[in-house]
Design a protein around this ligand. Structure first.
Ligand code: GDP
Ligand code: MG
Length: 160
């Protein structure tokens, strides 16, 4: 599901982006959506949900041995998250750039974390770190029929 149906080109790469519970509580869902929309990316899926602990443990399983892991899962389960799938050219890499560094105090101003947060344990958003990770995360958070297959009206104005 990392590539849209009938599209195998780089413009159809997909990533998993989520507004974490602090981002939702702080009213930043719209701001984060806006940045991806205005950049020219295509929204493929989105939903507000309180993530079950088991889902979060699976999502962050590579960090299971870190000292902050249980706090991370508790934080992520502390309220609704807004889960999304975005599509477009090199969207995994570009999404990470738009989010900024993991530690917000090392995120450049102009990035989402660099503009809206301070602590690494309250860094308001998640983005897949590689195409393979995106594929795993999209499958974990969304059913196939929640991913919308549609023609993006702006396509010919965004891509040459
Ligand atoms: P990301 O891919 O930029 O989100 O960073 P990681 O995959 O390395 O870590 C996942 C999430 O765990 C981060 O976004 C932070 O919310 C949290 N995290 C990472 N490192 C730390 C840390 O040193 N302390 C705390 N409290 N949380 C951390
Ligand atoms: Mg990560």
């Amino acid at each position: 599901t990392v590539f849209a149906k009938n599209m195998t080109d780089a413009n159809a790469e997909r990533t998993f982006i989520a507004v974490k519970p602090d981002g939702v509580q702080r009213g930043l869902v719209g701001e984060i959506i806006k940045r991806f929309e205005q950049r020219g990316y295509k929204l493929v899926a989105g939903k507000l949900m309180v993530a079950p602990k088991a889902l979060l443990e699976n999502h962050y399983k590579d960090l299971a041995d870190k000292p902050f892991y249980s706090g991370l899962v508790t934080y992520m389960a502390s309220g609704p998250v807004f889960a999304m799938v975005w599509e477009g050219k090199e969207v995994v890499k570009m999404g990470r750039k738009m989010l900024g560094a993991t530690n917000p105090r090392e995120s450049a101003p102009g990035t989402i974390r660099g503009d809206y947060c301070i602590d690494v344990g309250r860094n308001i958003c998640h983005g897949s770190d590689a195409v393979e990770t995106a594929q795993r995360e999209i499958a974990l958070w969304f059913k196939d029929d929640e991913l919308c297959d549609y023609e993006f009206a702006d396509k010919k104005w965004v891509y040459e």
